[in-house]
Design a protein around this ligand. Structure first.
Ligand code: HEC
Length: 170
């Protein structure tokens, strides 16, 4: 295909496939692979714990808040000080996989294999008590995991009304 603007080139099929890694809530887009919490624990200790804590409890960064806590806080969203974590807040387990594979570790996004991403997802879900320690996460089982805050998201009246001009938003 000739580039429309007379410069650059069209990406190859392989290049597009490399970027086209989105996973949607029902699991469409999940790659073939598998992992358990035990496998994830090893990878987490090596590649994640420095920022997220050995148990996913988060790490304070002086003067700048914290690297996020990933575990706990389930049931606190209605409290005065809600603790938002993957376990307490995120609605879909498939999104956890997608985020980890796409964005983490912070300093080397995209460097995890599919099996590592499945096992890290299993590790975080198991530490949150959402799946059992022995559960195998793969492209079939992950979409079936039910997250505690699955029904906590809803469309606000605002988001259902027609879009307003940007200057009108606050
Ligand atoms: C160098 C520090 C660092 C390392 C290493 C790191 N992370 Fe993170 N992680 C972050 C920061 C900072 C954020 C918040 C990013 C943002 O909000 O834009 C984050 C966000 C996350 C979140 C989303 C948390 C939420 O509730 O929004 C998950 C899940 C996560 N990381 C998992 C991992 C895993 C798994 C690894 C290991 C493969 C890892 N991270 C390695 C710094 C790190």
């Amino acid at each position: 295909m000739t580039p429309a603007h007379g410069f650059g080139r069209s990406p190859t099929v392989e290049e597009v496939a490399g970027w086209n890694i989105d996973v949607v809530p029902d699991g469409t887009g999940l790659p073939i692979g598998h992992g358990t919490a035990a496998e994830g624990a090893t990878v987490f200790a090596a590649r994640c714990a420095a920022c997220h804590g050995a148990k996913g409890e988060g790490v304070p960064v002086s003067g700048r808040g914290a690297f996020p806590r990933l575990v706990g806080g389930i049931g606190t969203l209605v409290d005065d000080v809600p603790i938002k974590t993957v376990g307490s807040y995120w609605p879909y387990a498939t999104g956890v996989f997608d985020y980890i594979r796409r964005a983490m570790p912070l300093t080397a996004p995209g460097s995890l294999t599919s099996n590592e991403a499945y096992s890290l997802t299993a590790f975080i879900l198991a530490r949150n008590g959402i799946i059992s320690e022995n559960a195998v996460m793969d492209e079939k089982s992950l979409p079936g995991v039910s997250m505690p805050n699955r029904n906590g998201f809803f469309r606000s009246a605002q988001s259902q009304s027609p879009a307003r001009p940007r200057s009108d938003r606050n």
